[in-house]
Design a protein around this ligand. Structure first.
Ligand SMILES: Cc1cc2nc3c(=O)[nH]c(=O)nc-3n(C[C@H](O)[C@H](O)[C@H](O)COP(=O)(O)O)c2cc1C
Length: 276
């Protein structure tokens, strides 16, 4: 990668940032700033040793109260891979990726520790679900950063939560363990493309939250993003209108105007979590 950190962040956020020399010189920062999800992979395996080492790097990430409530399922068995892939018809890259993992929130271990040490778990409320989910998200992001640093590429798969009961059954997940996201892992078949983000004026606040300029910030982002990443497909023009201008905000509003993953809350409660 030859581009400077400043150029990468300009491409991402549309802003020329004043970047201190030590950060500008960091290969870690440049690799993370150059992130791109890639869904097509070379026909080249990722060795189990490399996957395991990446898991160790990722699980070195910080953990809420040091509770260590993320588990990574490495799915190697071809039959299990096929059963998971069958649940993901809209994500064919999940079947083709050389390696596939599932990042899980694990609150079962914590409960077991309470049993083993003979102390009642009195904080059996929303936090018991929330903390493992946050840990799993951090571990997932760290895994992606580590993988991309050595030229691998990934695609997270939240679509596994469309069928959580089946995923739990295939992976043998006990009560109080739940899938957060799958992850395709492989060597990239192409360079991918950078996906611009909302401007920092929308997402970085100093001292006090400020949402006053949001409509203008969204318009700016829709316009900037359409210059390099116009949507190739529009969602459900029959319902929402083919003549409407289309950009990120229209796509997201259309996406969440259609029912999706409505059994997720039921699944989480059935896993034994109290969400109050
Ligand atoms: C938690 C999570 C779940 C995701 N789930 C899916 C998915 O199910 N299928 C998919 O193709 N991409 C999925 N993605 C990838 C996002 O679509 C992608 O990150 C987003 O479009 C931004 O693009 P970028 O990662 O290249 O910057 C997911 C990403 C995250 C972080």
């Amino acid at each position: 990668m030859s581009e400077s950190l400043q150029a990468l962040l300009h491409a991402r956020f549309g802003e020329t940032l004043d970047i201190p020399d030590d950060l500008a010189a960091s290969p870690v920062a440049r690799s993370i700033a150059n992130h791109r999800t890639i869904r097509h992979y070379r026909d080249q395996p990722v060795s189990p040793a490399l996957v395991r080492a990446l898991c160790a790097v990722a699980l070195s990430a910080p953990s809420k109260s040091d509770l260590q409530q993320c588990d990574i399922m490495v799915v190697q068995d071809p039959d299990q891979r096929a059963r998971l892939a069958a649940l993901l018809p809209d994500n064919p890259w999940a079947a083709k990726a050389p390696a596939f993992l599932v990042f899980c929130g694990d609150n079962a271990r914590h409960r077991r520790i309470h049993d083993l040490r003979g102390h009642a778990l009195v904080n059996d409320h929303l936090d018991a679900f929330f903390n493992p989910a946050v840990d799993a998200g951090i571990v997932l992001g760290t895994f992606i950063a580590a993988a991309e640093a050595i030229g691998l590429c990934t695609c997270p798969i939240s679509a596994i939560r469309n069928h959580p009961e089946q995923v739990a059954e295939v992976l043998g997940l006990p009560v109080h363990v739940y899938p957060v996201a799958g992850l395709c892992l492989g060597w990239p078949a192409h360079n991918g493309a950078m996906s611009p983000r909302l401007g920092l004026t929308a997402t970085v606040h100093v001292d006090r939250y400020n949402g006053t300029d949001l409509p203008a910030q969204i318009d700016e982002y829709d316009t900037r993003r359409n210059l390099t990443r116009p949507y190739r497909e529009r969602r459900d023009d029959a319902r929402f209108g083919a003549d409407k201008p289309y950009g990120w905000s229209e796509d997201k509003a259309r996406q969440y105007a259609a029912p999706e993953r409505q059994g997720w809350g039921r699944f989480v409660k059935a896993r034994g979590f109290k969400l109050d």
